[in-house]
Design a protein around this ligand. Structure first.
Ligand code: FES
Length: 140
């Protein structure tokens, strides 16, 4: 299936923005195992500590898209590797509310009790600002 810029814009605009004031959720239609989003359509993603919670339509799985501070973007699973709680985005790091583990924005461990990094998804950013996230299994 050919993805046009119009299709991307429609998909992104159709994404439902909801949730609390600190973490909006964009629901995006996966195509061929990938999510695509136009970065400039999501307010705040281009900031140093920008982030967006994304839920593929038809899935309960969610992921966080995080600005890396160098013009790129990372996508990580929010599931803490200690005992499975959902981590929160807290500025430059991610924090688990259950037992205090902390992760860097790239998912690496900053503080235990967790011993394992968050799962990461492969991302690519095109020169025209379209971020593609592969859902073909998170990569640690
Ligand atoms: Fe995250 Fe225990 S579940 S620190």
């Amino acid at each position: 299936m050919m993805i046009t810029r119009r299709h991307l814009l429609v998909s992104t605009v159709a994404g439902v923005v909801s949730g609390c004031a600190t973490l909006a959720t964009a629901r995006l239609q996966p195509v061929d195992g990938r999510l695509r989003l136009v970065v400039s359509d999501h307010m705040g993603l281009d900031r140093a500590n920008g982030f967006l919670k994304v839920q593929p339509i038809g899935s309960k799985q969610v992921l966080y898209v995080l600005a890396d501070g160098e013009g790129g973007y990372l996508a990580v699973s929010p599931t803490c590797k200690h005992r499975g709680c959902t981590v929160d985005v807290a500025g430059e790091r991610l924090e688990c509310p259950c037992h205090g583990s902390q992760y860097a924005r790239d998912g690496s461990v900053l503080r235990g009790p967790t011993q394992e990094a968050l799962d990461r998804y492969v991302t690519t950013l095109s020169p025209d600002g379209v971020l593609t996230i592969s859902l073909e299994g998170p990569r640690a």
